[in-house]
Design a protein around this ligand. Structure first.
Ligand code: ARG
Ligand code: ZN
Length: 850
């Protein structure tokens, strides 16, 4: 981070030292109570012969220490707000402590807390220290036995169930794990039960636990779990390793979900789904997150991280694995496009602003602030590049070696790269820069053609980022194909390795000057800079065999149209006809055609302008995007009705890839159609909709053209009792509000009786939706900034983790005009001066102010 050096609380990777003891076993007893939950711990410590000796320090925060003993004798540790130290014997000893904590008062949703009468935990990254005193660091792994005492009917923890009776249950987890994977759930819950037999014959009882009333929303989560378990066996040879696997849905949760060993805990929005309450996108998200958490069982749990700087070791890899899974389930082409959109919209923004940090950061103040798109998504991209460079077989050998060599360990990025070097013989010294250098590389490509020889000259530059003024060239795999002027492919996809700052690649024996298809499949997370000749994009849209680059060509054309509008120029007349031709092509799957209809986001346009040394004006960008949509709607007028009709399907809802593809094309068409038909089709679809996908698409299409008041009211009345659907009601209207109305609407909705600001999903549904409506949020009055700052200050008092995450809405401030910059700067200053500001939010604001 930029000014880590100035914050005394900064923790550095270079300061890593191992914990001086090994733990031979942990016994925990919980006597649950809303206030004064009693946690009795019994931990057997033994000096680690391989670690240098050091002081006995246990983390602990917001705990009341009732008593402590060593080998049965009372001791009096020195207690600070961060933990305790104590004199201990030189040999092995048993530590026992009784502490109390108050789940009912825990609004941070870290550690042990209560959500609607249900006890649950969130320990990653450093929540366990809010439960009891413990060496709360990922490199300390131990076998846990847990006894829960409570009158609540369902008592769950990690591992396998042992004994249970009225008022208690015990669980034993045979796999050594770090404390961040600990979990406990107690409540009045009901379950959907199922089972799975692993390929070596282990019978596993599966349970998906929800509050009564949600039973009807469990089936898809369970299907997704079984599909994930099968897939990990087939694709990675990884089997499940306990007799039970439980998933629990919780309404109050800071993130999507958590991979606690044998007891995954999910934000209810990431696990519950039924046709009438969840959209296709929700179904896909549930499938993806279930897979992600399940895959962590090997990449994260069996092999964990030595320290939190290595976070991407588990998160980047697990995201990469869930991407492969979703690709297998739903098509690799659309999946890749979706991932690229996310990366460009969010990760590139992060990587090019004040919060930029490497995939492996070197310092942090609050680790929760590093659960970022860079750690997750760029981390996954880095693994994708590695796989491209060593090939599928090399990747498989390296992964087998990784699981073999590091099972049961807390590993590092060095360990990870070493298995690739050992398995493939490749030197990865330069490749490792992807882990240490922040910033999105720019690859400039120029071409020449002479005497049958085609040459590509590539230059890479990596812009400076906070704390990293100078960069070295990286290894960039550039997947390339060449097409003949008649559209035939003359060079099938070939991976060029760009390793120098400047490098040329030549291709001989070509009969005609080829058309290049560069960075196929988005083969590296870079920005391609190229002045493509007139007509090339339309040519690639028609002929490229690479699905990603065909979509990219459509994006290029759309970007040009947006630029033309912004600059008051005419939109290229060939754009709409070339797009229409692709949309009519029945050889293209509906999902692929739907993707072709998507415009780059306003955020992407802002980034591109900034890259061109122009100051992006969010309002002007919004109007340009709107004008381009109108242009498209007019130009595709004859085609859109039939595309929309194709999305109507008889019979019951099914979330299979084919049906989803048809609906997404139909609804993309509807969105445009509503610009020219006074919302007639959308209103009809809303009235007839038999499932949430069709209903939300229709409502969104109406709201996007300033209609839908009546439908919005009906939607609220119909779904007033369903909190997940109500979140959609909040976020849709704010996200799609006209720029001049968005802030006032968001403000009004924060006064709505259903606005429960302590619930992270609901807070995000209003304030997060405002931040995702750039023209609304960046209203020149500064009212959006003020509203968000007010709410962040308030939320920070209850839930610093969520407040800090949401503060990233301000991270693009330096690329705005001076007036907006001044407005944001004063809001950031106001936040910084708020009394009692958390470490989480103060780190974020400090980094953004820079
Ligand atoms: N490991 C979880 C996942 O990616 C995320 C947990 C994040 N927790 C946090 N406190 N930041 O699946
Ligand atoms: Zn994860």
């Amino acid at each position: 981070m930029a000014d880590g050096a100035t914050d005394p609380r900064t923790i550095y990777l270079k300061d890593y030292t191992p914990f001086p003891w090994v733990i031979d076993g942990v016994d925990l007893t919980f006597a649950l109570a809303p206030r004064g939950t009693r946690v009795t711990s019994r931990i057997r410590f033994r000096p680690d012969p391989d670690a240098p000796p050091g002081p006995f320090f246990l983390h602990g925060e917001d705990l009341r220490l009732i008593e402590a003993r060593i080998d049965g004798q009372p001791v009096t540790p020195t207690v600070t707000p961060e933990g305790l130290t104590c004199d201990v014997p030189t040999g092995p000893f048993t530590w026992e402590a009784v502490v109390e904590n108050d789940p009912e008062l825990n609004t941070r949703l870290e550690g042990l807390y209560l959500s609607k009468g249900m006890y649950c935990t969130q320990c990653e990254a450093e929540g366990f220290r809010r439960i009891t005193y413990y060496p709360d660091r990922p490199d300390v792994m131990a076998v846990f036995t847990v006894r829960i005492e409570s009158d609540l009917p369902v008592l769950l923890s990690n591992g396998n169930p042992e004994e249970s009776g009225p008022g208690f249950a015990t669980w034993h987890d045979p796999w050594p794990k770090p404390a961040y994977l600990f979990a406990l759930v107690a409540g009045d819950l009901v379950a959907l039960h199922d089972s799975f037999t692993t390929r070596s014959g282990r019978h596993v009882d599966l349970g998906l636990w929800v509050r009564p009333g949600d039973e009807g929303k469990c089936a898809w989560g369970m299907e997704s779990l079984k599909a994930s378990m099968r897939w990990d066996e087939e694709a990675y040879g990884r089997e499940y390793d306990l007799d039970v696997f439980n998933i629990v849905a919780v309404d109050d949760f800071n993130m999507g979900a958590m991979e606690n060993k044998g007891l995954n805990i999910f934000n209810s929005s990431a696990i519950l789904a039924s046709p009438d309450t969840a959209t296709d996108a929700d179904y896909e998200r549930v499938e993806r997150i279930v897979a992600h958490e399940y895959f962590h069982n090997w990449t994260g749990n069996r092999i964990t991280c030595r320290d939190w700087f290595q976070l991407s070791l588990k998160e980047g890899l697990t995201v990469f694995r869930d991407q492969q899974f979703t690709g297998d389930m739903r098509g690799h082409g659309v999946k890749r496009i979706g991932d690229a959109v996310l990366l460009r919209g969010r990760q590139f923004r992060e990587d090019n602003g004040p919060l930029a940090h490497p995939v492996r950061p070197e310092s942090f103040v609050e680790i929760n602030n590093f659960y970022t798109v860079t750690i997750y998504e760029k981390g996954a991209e880095v693994i994708g590049m590695l796989k491209r460079l060593v090939g599928d077989d090399g990747y498989r050998r390296a992964l087998d070696l990784y699981f073999d060599r590091h099972d049961g360990q807390a590993a590092t990025v060095e360990d990870w790269l070493k298995v690739f070097e050992d398995a493939t013989g490749r030197d990865l010294a330069q490749f490792k820069l992807w882990y240490s250098q922040a910033g999105t590389p720019r690859v400039k490509v120029e071409e020449s053609w002479e005497d049958g020889r085609y040459r590509l000259d590539m230059t890479q530059t990596i812009p400076p980022t906070p704390g990293q003024p100078d960069k070295q060239p990286m290894v960039i795999p550039v997947a390339l194909g060449l097409l003949n002027p008649n559209g035939d492919e003359v060079l099938p996809t070939t991976v060029l390795e760009l390793t120098g700052g400047q490098q040329s690649f030549t291709f001989d024996n070509l009969s005609a000057r080829p058309v290049p298809s560069i960075l196929r499949g988005f083969s590296a997370p870079v920005i391609l800079e190229r002045d493509a000749p007139e007509g090339e994009a339309a040519f690639l849209l028609a002929h490229d065999t690479d699905q990603f680059n065909r979509w990219e060509a459509a994006q290029t054309l759309a970007r040009r149209a947006i630029r033309a509008r912004l600059d008051g120029q005419a939109i290229d007349a060939s754009w709409v006809p070339s797009l229409a031709a692709a949309l009519r092509d029945d050889a293209l799957a509906p999902a692929d055609r739907a993707a072709l209809l998507g415009l780059p986001s306003e955020e992407e346009t802002a980034q591109a302008l900034w890259d061109d040394k122009r100051i992006p004006d969010p309002t002007a960008i919004h109007h340009a995007h709107e004008a381009v949509r109108d242009h498209l709607a007019q130009g595709l007028r004859d085609l859109l009705p039939q595309l929309h009709d194709g999305g109507r399907m008889p019979g019951p809802y099914s979330p299979d890839a084919k049906s989803v593809g048809r609906r997404s094309l139909g609804n993309a068409a509807l969105r445009l159609l509503s610009r020219t038909d006074d919302g007639v089709r959308a209103a009809a679809q809303f009235a007839e909709a038999a499932d949430m996908t069709q209903s939300v698409a229709a409502l969104g299409a109406l709201l996007a053209v300033g209609r839908g008041e009546e439908q919005l009211r009906a939607f609220h009345d119909r779904w007033a009792q369903d909190r997940l659907v109500l979140d959609k009601w909040f976020s849709l209207q704010v996200g799609l509000a006209r720029p001049e109305a968005a802030v006032a609407l968001a403000q009004r909705l924060t006064q709505h009786p259903d606005f429960d600001w302590k619930n992270p999903n609901r807070f995000r549904a209003v304030l997060g939706a405002l931040a995702s409506n750039p023209a609304g949020f960046h209203d020149a009055s500064g009212a959006g900034y003020r509203l968000l700052a007010d709410w962040l200050i308030r939320l920070d008092g209850a839930n610093p983790l969520s407040a800090a995450r949401m503060s990233t809405a301000f991270d693009s401030w330096r690329r705005l005009d001076v007036d907006r910059q001044a407005l944001i700067q004063s809001e950031l200053g106001r936040i910084q001066a708020a009394p009692g500001l958390s470490r989480d939010l103060s780190e974020m604001v400090g980094r953004m102010i820079g």
